[in-house]
Design a binder for this molecule. Structure first.
Ligand SMILES: Nc1ncnc2c1ncn2[C@@H]1O[C@H](COP(=O)(O)OP(=O)(O)OP(=O)(O)O)[C@@H](O)[C@H]1O
Ligand SMILES: [Mg+2]
Length: 409
């Protein structure tokens, strides 16, 4: 029988607080980081000759970097209105841009409506500074997810140097806030950029289970009807997200999905079982998406980690993983890369969260090295890798004596 669509819900009061684009009214778990942002922005309102400091915010995904900056900039703009100061902020997400050139083209288009694609960099940079000069006063440009520009990081150098290079008048201020969840990008920034931008480096450490719990509780209070959440629902979502990346976004997804499962099955309470099902579905989807988007070499490096995980030999050093990687690559007739390249692939996988890399200091031989282990669920990862036509054979070999089902709990 076909179901009818119904208005209202016995579960949800308002679903918006469970979505990613909801602006939290407060972020008490980030008091310290917000305080640092505050101090860096404060010169803009003091108005005693210097502008806000440039900042670089970094930390893993879902840590409130974007939400935190948005929150403080709203405060700043309100304070500027009260003080009668001309402060303009522009929050730009670089997700679709692969270089400083593209970012500048889009910033110019946003500020002037003119698209300068195809023009030389110098013309676009001039147009950008002209647009900023027209605005005047204090201008703050937020470049979110800035890691997308890779090594083409000139913009992070040119904005902070704008005044000393004579690109904007002396009586105005221009500053930049870079945000990234990619630690490698931060480490690989050119020395010139590090020099100018790293005065204020603000680190957002991953949330622990308690912090995630209080974040979820505040949002759940607004989102759910009173009394529909069974006691352990929020602690379970928080604990599972904390074990993974400590991401508030992920914790919220578990909670929202659990609520939807309850709603879709006509239940008028959200149970721990709903949370478990929600977690499983979301985790599986994440790993599937991650693995599908990987290069063949990433997949091979991951298969090596999985092989050692099956044999309980992790955490393993690069040399150990490299030996296994070569066997697997030979087995499926794939290109064999250098050990260094495989290590870089493993570090990429760490960024995606499928593998965990830990830096170790070697005592006698000096110099740091990494050890790796699987970051995602073993059974799920085996299952997904085995669906690949080429890697499937390698996975069969890895699990020769046991079926994948035995690893799936
Ligand atoms: N302390 C907090 N209180 C309430 N909500 C929070 C808090 N921290 C994060 N959130 C929420 O979690 C989600 C993810 O936060 P945000 O988008 O700011 O993460 P991010 O650090 O920018 O991650 P990414 O690197 O992936 O862009 C958002 O919905 C945000 O509102
Ligand atoms: Mg963000």
């Amino acid at each position: 029988m076909s179901r009818t669509f119904e208005r209202g819900s016995p579960i949800f009061e308002d679903e918006r607080p469970l979505t990613d684009d909801w602006d939290p009214e407060e972020l008490p778990e980030r008091d310290e980081e917000l305080g640092q942002i505050h101090n860096a922005l404060a010169p803009a309102i003091r108005n005693t000759g210097v502008g806000p400091h440039n900042m670089f915010l970094f930390g893993k995904t879902g840590q409130g970097k974007t939400a935190g900056v948005e929150y403080k900039l709203e405060d700043l703009v309100a304070a500027a209105d009260d003080a009668g100061l001309n402060i303009t902020t522009s929050q730009y997400n670089c997700a679709g841009d692969s270089s400083s050139y593209h970012v500048l083209i889009n910033l110019v288009e946003r500020l002037t409506g003119e698209n300068l694609n195809g023009h030389p960099m110098s013309k676009i940079t001039d147009a950008f500074f002209d647009a900023v000069t027209d605005i005047g006063g204090t201008v703050i440009i937020v470049l979110d997810e800035i890691d997308n520009i890779g090594t083409s990081d000139e913009i992070l150098y040119s904005i902070p140097r704008a005044k000393s290079n004579g690109n904007i008048p002396d009586d105005m201020h221009l500053s930049v806030i870079g945000i990234s969840n990619n630690f490698k990008f931060r480490d690989n920034l050119s020395p010139k950029v590090k020099d100018t931008l790293f005065d204020e480096e603000i680190h957002f450490a991953p949330y622990d289970a308690n912090q995630l719990r209080s974040i979820l509780e505040r949002r759940a209070d607004q989102a759910f009807k009173e009394g529909v959440l069974e006691g352990d629902v929020i602690p379970l979502c928080a604990a599972h997200a904390a074990q993974d990346k400590g991401s508030a976004r992920q914790a919220l997804r578990y909670l929202y999905k659990a609520g939807e499962l309850a709603s879709n099955t006509g239940s008028d309470v959200v149970t721990e079982e709903h949370v478990r099902t929600a977690q499983e579905r979301i985790d599986r989807k994440n790993i599937e998406k991650g693995i599908r988007e990987m290069t063949m070499q990433d997949q091979l490096s991951l298969t090596a980690v999985v092989a050692l995980e099956v044999e309980s030999q992790n955490p393993a050093k690069t040399t150990e993983l490299y030996a296994r990687y070569k066997d697997i690559a030979t087995e499926i007739k794939a290109d064999i890369r250098t050990q260094r390249s495989v290590r870089d692939h493993l570090l990429e996988l760490d960024l995606m969260g499928v593998v965990n890399a830990t830096k170790k200091q070697t005592g006698n031989r000096g110099g740091p090295h990494y050890v790796f282990e699987l970051g995602s669920d073993l059974g799920m990862t085996l299952d997904i890798l085995s669906e690949d036509s080429r890697l499937g054979d390698a996975i069969d070999l890895i699990t020769t004596n046991r079926s994948i089902e035995e690893y799936l709990d």
